[in-house]
Design a protein around this ligand. Structure first.
Ligand code: FMN
Length: 187
């Protein structure tokens, strides 16, 4: 049986070659709406999303982001509202807000895939420069940029191939064998 959600999880790939065809704002809004449903630590929703389709802003974002290989036509920067996290009592080294960035990012990538939009996350950028380019409010730290655009017909090869890795390579069972299924009792 194929399940559309499992199928999308398996088929989604990072897109690092994008055409210059713009994507409608409505699609970006649908991706943002999907990310709103990502799980968050304590259900506090400390992530803040900064969206742009402005060519000038995108160009400068790319200039300060060595990890941005693609030329996106839209981008969503996922920030953490650190000031709000502090008000809610999260310690400064709490894992929750950082994990929330990951849940939002993964949800955006899948939502984009579902909408036939190419998407690629970028973590390699100057936080100070991105904060200035996006005029981020005091207390917001930019953590991840999700690039969006129409996939170009030819994609770049993955930086590192992990085709050999299966879930068994990533997993340990404790104890080392799953429990036996209970024997069927004949009535
Ligand atoms: C935390 C994190 C940071 C990443 N940063 C970048 C980045 O700066 N630039 C980039 O091109 N891809 C980045 N990626 C994407 C990964 O390189 C990509 O997921 C990986 O190569 C596997 O490709 P796939 O998702 O298509 O299977 C990042 C992914 C994660 C989870």
């Amino acid at each position: 049986m194929t399940d559309p959600v499992l199928d999308a999880i398996r088929r989604r790939r990072v897109v690092r070659a994008m055409s210059d065809e713009p994507i409608p704002r409505e699609r970006v809004e649908r991706i943002l709406e999907a990310a709103r449903w990502a799980p968050t630590a304590g259900n506090r929703h400390l992530q803040r999303f900064v969206a742009t389709t402005h060519p000038g802003v995108l160009r400068v974002l790319r200039m300060v982001s060595p990890g941005m290989i693609q030329h996106p036509t839209a981008a969503i920067t996922i920030c953490v509202d650190r000031a709000l996290a502090q008000r809610y009592g999260f310690p400064s080294d709490a894992r929750g807000p950082s994990v929330d960035v990951g849940t939002a990012m993964a949800t955006m990538l899948l939502a984009a895939h579902a909408l036939d939009i190419g998407a690629g996350p970028v973590s390699s950028f100057s936080r100070a420069a991105v904060s200035v380019v996006l005029s981020l409010p005091e207390g917001w730290s930019p953590e991840m940029i999700v690039c969006l655009g129409r996939p170009a017909p030819t994609q770049l090869a993955p930086m590192v191939s992990t085709r050999h890795l299966g879930w068994r390579d990533l997993t340990r069972w404790v104890p080392d064998r799953p429990p036996e299924a209970p024997a069927q009792v004949e009535e």
